[in-house]
Ligand binder design. Structure first.
Ligand SMILES: Cc1cc2nc3c(=O)[nH]c(=O)nc-3n(C[C@H](O)[C@H](O)[C@H](O)COP(=O)(O)O)c2cc1C
Length: 214
């Protein structure tokens, strides 16, 4: 597997921006979308517990309904795809056992794994409901970052979004019955020629202020 040249990665990261206006006519191909789904599945998580579900909202009328609960940001309706990253609200010792079964299925019986199972179960059991949510939400941002970077490398635009009303999303998407709650959104697709943000220079603090050496 050939390494991607570092300059090519930097070019992609400079090319990407939080897209404000998507071209509704331009759709991501199914092969490219499939690669982006794989990037979500391959996201690392604490203990490997994957406390999330990646939800694709495909129904156009539901996407239109979500606009007003997204601070009227039209990206949720206009982008080719709308990814909602949800966290599970039922992460407990049972979920740990579910994960352990999957490890055994893939890697074979792991007798020595019992101590690790107990450690993970102890960790999640020691968190209260808010603690579990906070921990799970931190994990979702790893998925968000991986998804956006992979999209940029494929010249697919995306917009990370926290500007939405989580309760309304949960209600509309039927999450309450599925032990899910909305963490963060990422519409993806192709920028519109009319998006003036596409041409603005990046605003970042100088590197020597942001990276220090001790
Ligand atoms: C977690 C997160 C939430 C964000 N929420 C929104 C949002 O709701 N709407 C939006 O237009 N941009 C949103 N942004 C985009 C940021 O404003 C943007 O990433 C930042 O200004 C840097 O610009 P750039 O991504 O274009 O380089 C969000 C970014 C992140 C990382």
């Amino acid at each position: 597997m050939a390494a991607i040249p570092s300059q090519q990665i930097l070019d992609s990261l400079n090319w990407r921006y939080a897209t404000k206006v998507f071209d509704p006519a331009k759709k991501i191909s199914s092969a490219d979308w499939n690669a982006l789904e794989e990037s979500l599945i391959l996201t690392p998580s604490s203990f490997g517990l994957q406390p999330w579900e990646f939800v694709l909202v495909e129904n156009p009328s539901i996407r239109e309904q979500l606009v007003k609960f997204s601070w009227n940001q039209r990206q949720v309706a206009d982008a080719s795809h709308l990814l909602v990253i949800a966290i599970r609200t039922d992460i407990d010792a049972k979920w740990v056992d579910h994960f352990v079964s999957r490890v055994e299925e893939i890697r074979g019986d792991q007798g020595a794994f019992t101590g690790y199972r107990d450690m993970m179960a102890g960790f999640v059991s020691n968190l209260d409901e808010d603690g579990v949510k906070q921990w799970a939400k931190l994990q979702t941002y790893i998925a968000l970052g991986q998804f956006m970077t992979c999209a940029a490398l494929m010249e697919i635009d995306a917009c990370p979004m926290e500007g939405f009303v989580a309760d309304q999303y949960d209600e509309i998407l039927g999450f309450k019955d599925k032990n899910l709650t909305t963490a963060v959104l990422c519409p993806a697709g192709y920028r519109s020629d009319e998006d003036k943000y596409a041409h603005l220079p990046k605003v970042r603090f100088p590197k020597d202020q942001m990276i220090s050496r001790i």
